[in-house]
Design a binder for this molecule. Sequence first.
Ligand code: UDP
Length: 477
Amino acid sequence: MKKSELIFIPLPETGHLLSTIEFGKRLLDLDRRISMITILSMKLPYAPHADASLASLTASEPGIRLISLPEIQDPPPIKLLDTSSETYIIDFVAKNIPFLRKTIQDLVSSSAQDSNHVAGLILDFFCVDLIDVGREVNLPSYIFMTSNFGFLGFLQYLPERHRLVSSKEFEESSGDEELPIPAFLTRVPAKVLPPGVFDKLSYATLVKIGERLAQAEGILVNSFSEVEPYAVEHFSRGDYPRAYPVGPVLNLTGRTNPGLASAQYEEMMKWLDQQPDSSVLFLCFGSMGVFSAPQIKEIAHALELVGCRFIWAVRTNMEGDGDPHEPLPEGFKNRTMGRGIVCSWAPQIDILAHKATGGFVSHCGWNSIQESLWYGVPIATWPMYAEQQLNAFEMVKELGLAVEIRLDYVADGDRVTLEIVPAGEIATAIRSLMDGDNPIRKKVRDIMLAARKAVSNGGYSTVATGDFIKDILGDHV
Ligand code: UDP
């Protein structure tokens, strides 16, 4: 039996790494012909925890090899991250291409000597420019889409719209324009598109990513048919690279909790054990969600109005090392003592998995949504950056699976919604979310069962993953 190796090039951000590495592990488990997953790790200047996270995710996995690339000397200006984060990332990847090319060439030639076979590249969607490098060394490139079919539908649609309409950019748009994105049943308001479309540079980047995705050999999507039936059906029609629904791909073990002391973790878990079933509200806004101080005060006020139990991850800066209590209202900690916990980083998986947790106010990162569905915990939507507004829209309007706080809120570098969501509105949404009779609760439980079925033996996602392996290994058996 010939041994095959796959080269993974993830974006080194927590949300992208967790599912990409987990997918690599899944491939190693599923098919013994895949003997090695080699991960090429770039050093992203604004994601300081990524290295530690990558090391712990791949530790004690003999089938995974980590190759760290040297730090680039001329990263894009950090200011670009605040105004056009998508452009920053794609420029950052472009600057890494010389290192990546050399490493890929070396891997291909050394595998030929070892009579191994490098079968292909698995790229993050921000790494689409590497499709060309794959071609140079005769390797097929597959994309691992860390988000869902809805977002893929948006990336497919954007270049088409760009070719067809005269006022191409959304820059001047009020956001009220409604778009007929074919992967969606309902028309999608422009204001829930990734905030990048309203920025000239990021808009061009997103169009380019959409165009280049069409040149991939196939697209592995971390989602499953039952959660997005219409969008999955749309992509099964065959006029695009094959899109494989392989999710949910979730990392449930071996995580690091940056900024959370183990004593604090133990205390939190002990506290959860003592709370009634489905009584605790969890609030967490991803690895990079930062609110303004006035908005934090309104959330705190809402928690006092509702009076429910809660765990709240409050981030005061992107590194998550600020004091989470600092912007809270005077006396909040004392008034909520015993019924609420505030931290800067939450052990999200353990909290969602706990039977005391009854609802999740989330920024709607796709990992967070799938983790929540996996444990049957309903979400109230509060998107912040990247494609989270589109995810929130899909969950609330397209699928009826979540309670709406906001769909179009933005807190993304310099692109920030000026509105402060008032405590009263937040409280109303929280009450609806925590209401045991809310029909969303039952729908979410059904999706939870479907998610588990999808990745079980013979489930749709397992079968699709097997199809992908067949396709990428080709005759190399
Ligand atoms: N996460 C966590 N604790 C936190 C914040 C985030 O464990 O305080 C994890 C969360 O479980 C998820 C990931 O970080 O797996 C965030 O990914 P997601 O796609 O939801 O959002 P992103 O951080 O990429 O915006």
